[in-house]
Design a protein around this ligand. Sequence first.
Ligand SMILES: *Cc1c(COP(=O)(O)O)cnc(C)c1O
Length: 336
Amino acid sequence: MIDLRSDTVTRPGTEMRNDARDAAVGDDVYGEDPTVNELEKRAAEVVGKEAAMFVPTGTMGNQAAVRTHTDRGEEVLIERESHVYKWEVAGLAQLSGVQPRTIDGGDRGVITPEAIEDGYVAEDLHRPGTGLLCVENTHNSKGGTAISPERIDAAAETAHDLGFPVHVDGARVMNAAIALDVSPARLVSAADSVMFCLSKGLGAPVGSVLAGSEEFIERARRHRKLFGGGMRQAGIVAAPGLRALDNRNRLAEDHEHARELAAGLDSIPSLSVHEPETNIVLVETEVPAADFLSRAAEVDVLGVPFGEHVVRFCTHLDVSRADVDTAVDRLATELE
Ligand SMILES: *Cc1c(COP(=O)(O)O)cnc(C)c1O
């Protein structure tokens, strides 16, 4: 089976399993788990923020960030295809009581200063006021587009001038940094907070990180507790996360594999392929996506539907160059 559904399907190898077994642990709700503390310290350094907090999922990291940055009833400016808005069970409404105001980020999911100025609402007797801007990088729904540091800076400058903070949903921000050849810290230097996943391309079995100022993370810890994410001997799952941080540079390999996959699939006449920027390949299919995917599954190649006629394939740690070639060959033969 060549599983290209997501970079979340990777399984921890022997080293990560050994790390989990051997991890020094304590009660993290008391701040006493040395492995979690080490992970939080190193993760904060990687993204250039004062402090970080280990969370079970990216969704919890994003939602704790929104809750910490905003007051009830405020508006959150957010790209309309973004994960926080579309795929987190209306957490904005349910967990923070905020109102999303969506921005169309075009083909690549870029939020411009003009769009922020347009969407901004000043608080008065009738209007709620804008409390936060969320930016997604890489942008999943747009095909893993890597938004440049200059664009993030420009968006953040506009938001800050208007008086509200910026959160980066950086589930795959390490992919963006590698693709753009900048450090993750530089990429999010203008943002007030960033969430990134250890459990995607970096290959950890579980976990994400939310980072920001000391003061922000101290308040976010209360929201993590509120959302049910106060974990005890969490070093068992944080230990593979520490090793996952070292997998950042090898993401370049996933990007290379995505380009190979895209080039291979593009030579199949019934498919039209978007040029990938990172590890995500969007493919437009002549037949309905569901039909294409069931034929692909018959030859042991898996992807996910991303629209009526769009399929997403994702390269990751458990997909080799040979797997990519095999997947292309099998699909070409199946679709002949
Ligand atoms: C996967 C993902 C998340 C959420 O992470 P989970 O760990 O699955 O909750 C958030 N944002 C983006 C862009 C993602 O791709």
